[in-house]
Ligand binder design. Structure first.
Ligand SMILES: CC(C)(COP(=O)([O-])OP(=O)([O-])OC[C@H]1O[C@@H](n2cnc3c(N)ncnc32)[C@H](O)[C@@H]1OP(=O)([O-])[O-])[C@@H](O)C(=O)NCCC(=O)NCCSC(=O)C[C@@](C)(O)CC(=O)[O-]
Length: 325
C-alpha cells in the first residue's frame, strides 16, 4: 500500500519549488466551524466531538472548533459550549472559536477557548447580512472584544470576508480590504485571514490584493493568512499565488465542507472551503512541511461524511479512497 503521505514521490516534486515556496506552512483547520455551520442536517454533538478529536490526532496545531454566535443566526453551532467542553484536547493544538461580540467572548472564556476570531468584511452589504451592522459598527464592536480578550491574554485572529468579491456588491477593491485589515491589526489581531468567501478569486485578483496588503503590513506577510472557498475550483491556484507572495498560513476544511450561510445571494448554494486533504497533497508535493498526517485527515473526513451521508468534496479524498457513501 503506497504511503498516502508520500504519493507525490511517484511523480517527483520538481527541483524549482524550493525557491518559490516557504519551507513550512501552518494549516488552520476550520472544518468543525466553517465546514459545519451551514449544514441543514442537525449534526449530533457527539459526532462533532468525534470529528474534532480525530483532527486533534493528525498533527494539526490549530483547529477552529465552533462559534459563539446567536443560535437564531447559526443554529448548527448552538452546542458550542458542549463541544468545547467535551473535546479531548491535545496539548499541541490551539483550539479557537469565533466571537462577534462581548457576549460571544464571555461564553468563549467560560469554555476555555485558547484563541478567538473576530470576523468582519470588506463589503457593507455582506457585513449587514452576516452580523447585522455596518463595517464601522463592527470594528467598534470588535475593538471592545479585542480589549477584553487582551485583558484575558487570549490571542485574537481577524477575518475579513469578501476580499476579492461579494455576493451582493460584486468586485471589492483591494484598498477597501486594506483599510479593514489595517484596523484589525492596529486594534490587536495577531493575524488576519483573508476570506475569498464565495470563491471568485483568481491568481490575478489574489496577486493584486496581496500587492496592496504587502504595503499595508509593510512586507510582513506573517500577519496574513489565506482562506479560500472552492466554489469555482480556483482555491488551490489562489493558494499557490498566496504562497508565492509570502503567506505561510492556509485555512482549509476537511472533506471540503462548509460555506457561510450569509453568502448565498438569492439562495444560491454556497460552497465549501478548500479541502484540507487537497491543500496537504499540494504542500506535500511541493516539499513544504506541515506536520499533518494525510491518513488521519482522511479518517476524520470519513467520520464527518458518514454522519452527513455524503461523499467528500476533496479530489484527493476521492482518489485516495475515502469511504464512498
Ligand atoms: C452577531 C449577531 C449576534 C448580531 O445579531 P443581532 O440580532 O444584531 O444581535 P442582538 O444583540 O440584537 O441579539 C439578538 C439575539 O442574539 C443573542 N446573541 C447576541 N450575540 C450572541 C452571541 N455571541 N452568542 C449567542 N447569542 C447571542 C442575543 O442575546 C439575542 O438573543 P434574544 O434576546 O433574541 O433571545 C448575529 O448577527 C450573529 O450571530 N451572526 C453570526 C453570523 C455567522 O456566524 N456567520 C458565519 C461566520 S462568518 C463566515 O463564515 C466567514 C468566514 C469567517 O468563514 C470567512 C469567509 O469565508 O469569508
Amino acid at each position: 500500500m503506497i504511503d498516502r503521505n508520500k504519493m507525490y514521490h511517484l511523480f517527483r516534486r520538481g527541483v524549482s519549488s524550493a525557491a518559490r515556496f516557504p519551507a513550512e506552512v501552518s494549516i488552520v483547520e476550520v472544518g468543525p466551524r466553517d465546514g459545519l455551520q451551514n449544514e441543514e442536517l442537525n449534526i449530533p454533538t457527539e459526532n462533532k466531538i468525534e470529528f474534532v478529536d480525530k483532527l486533534s490526532q493528525s498533527g494539526l496545531q490549530r483547529i477552529e472548533v465552533t462559534s459563539f454566535v446567536s443560535a437564531k443566526w447559526v443554529p448548527q453551532l448552538a452546542d458550542a459550549k458542549e463541544v468545547m467542553k467535551k473535546i479531548s484536547r491535545n496539548p499541541n493544538v490551539r483550539y479557537s472559536t469565533l466571537t462577534p461580540n462581548l457576549k460571544g467572548l464571555n461564553d468563549a472564556l467560560d469554555s476555555n477557548t485558547q484563541e478567538i476570531a473576530i470576523f468582519g468584511a470588506a463589503s457593507e452589504t455582506f457585513t449587514k447580512k452576516n452580523i447585522n451592522c455596518t463595517i464601522e459598527q463592527s470594528l467598534k464592536q470588535f475593538d471592545q472584544v479585542v480589549q477584553q480578550a487582551n485583558a484575558n491574554k487570549l490571542p485574537i485572529r481577524g477575518y475579513v470576508s469578501c476580499v476579492v468579491g461579494c455576493p451582493y456588491e460584486g468586485f471589492i477593491k483591494p484598498k477597501i480590504v486594506g483599510q479593514v485589515v489595517e484596523k484589525m491589526l492596529s486594534m490587536g489581531c495577531y493575524e488576519v485571514s483573508l476570506g475569498d468567501t464565495i470563491g471568485v478569486g483568481n491568481p490575478n485578483t489574489v496577486r493584486d490584493l496581496l500587492t496592496e496588503l504587502k504595503r499595508v503590513v509593510s512586507g510582513n506577510m506573517d500577519l496574513l493568512a489565506i482562506h479560500c472557498h472552492d466554489t469555482y475550483g480556483m482555491a488551490l491556484v489562489n493558494i499557490v499565488e498566496a504562497l508565492e507572495s509570502g503567506i505561510r498560513v492556509v485555512d482549509s476544511s476537511t472533506a471540503g465542507l462548509g460555506g457561510c450561510p450569509y453568502a448565498s445571494k438569492g439562495g444560491a448554494a454556497v460552497s465549501g472551503n478548500v479541502a484540507t486533504e487537497d491543500v496537504l497533497y499540494l504542500l506535500n508535493s511541493l516539499g513544504v512541511r506541515t506536520g499533518v498526517d494525510m491518513n488521519t485527515i482522511l479518517a476524520a473526513s470519513d467520520i464527518i461524511t458518514s454522519v452527513l451521508n455524503r461523499k467528500t468534496n476533496s479530489k484527493v479524498g476521492l482518489a485516495l479512497g475515502c469511504k464512498k457513501n
